[in-house]
Write a protein that binds this ligand. Structure first.
Ligand code: KIV
Length: 244
């Protein structure tokens, strides 16, 4: 799974065979310039979900329920989930454990598949005191497992585990009957997800769990410099780029 928020990245990832595209609320920080995903709105999610869904045929399109659209209860979760599905989402993802099980159940009962999200949950960055690994102590690890089981029981189809010790993620993966998808959660999850601009070396974010599989930032900068040089030298556009 990779994040995607726009037509061209979605098409490239489909061509690469990526099975699942996540229109994450990370769009707020990766595209819209906000400091945190808590600034991402439901309208943002509808706009970017539509862009991705219209651009691909094969990958599963998963969209995040934005901060503030589901914490208040199943009715709000269902209303916003339905709107995401109308925008093109095939699955919705929401953050939290046992406390949001009623919301998960309401969505699933209405025919909307749900992915859960445990561990470091970015929408709670303020109460978690920043980007910290979760479930390091015994009580935290037990709560993580209990939350994962509660999500499975409520009908979640998969669970994202973010910033969780590898051994804890492995245990959760072994105990729950639905796939886990890790980000900073070690190699034993059933799948992996990264923010695409981190994966491709565009964001310049070098967190421990990130591997940049390309240097898109460097390549783009080089291309822009070359374009500027050729325009100033008047070697671009040439006759081949001009009309008779
Ligand atoms: O919004 C997002 O990009 C996410 C991933 C970090 C899993 O939720």
């Amino acid at each position: 799974m990779l994040t995607s928020y726009d037509q061209f990245s979605a098409q490239v990832f489909e061509a690469a065979g990526i099975e699942v595209l996540l229109v994450g609320d990370s769009v707020g920080s990766t595209v819209l310039g906000h400091a945190s995903t808590t600034a991402t709105t439901h309208q943002d999610m509808l706009t970017f979900t539509g862009a991705v869904a219209r651009s691909v045929r094969r990958p599963l399109v998963v969209a995040d329920l934005a901060f503030g659209t589901y914490e208040t209860g199943p009715v709000d979760a269902l209303r916003h989930g339905v709107e995401l599905v109308r925008a093109g989402a095939e699955v919705v993802k929401l953050e939290g454990g046992a406390e949001i099980a009623p919301q998960v159940r309401a969505l699933v009962d209405a025919g909307i598949p749900v992915f859960g999200h445990l561990g470091f949950t970015p929408q709670s960055v303020n109460s978690l005191s920043g980007h910290r690994v979760q479930g390091r102590d015994d009580a935290g690890a037990e709560k993580l497992l209990a939350d994962a089981l509660a999500l499975e029981e409520a009908g979640a189809s998969a669970i994202v585990l973010e910033l969780v010790p590898a051994a804890v993620a492995a245990r959760v993966t072994e105990k729950v009957g639905v796939p886990t998808i890790g980000i900073g959660a070690g190699p034993d999850c059933d799948g992996q997800v990264l923010v695409w601009q981190d994966m491709a070396g565009l964001s310049g974010f070098h967190g421990r769990f990130v591997k940049a599989f390309a240097d898109l930032r460097g390549q783009l900068e080089q291309a822009a410099q070359q374009y500027r040089t050729e325009v100033r030298e008047r070697s671009y556009p040439g006759a081949e780029h001009s009309f008779e």
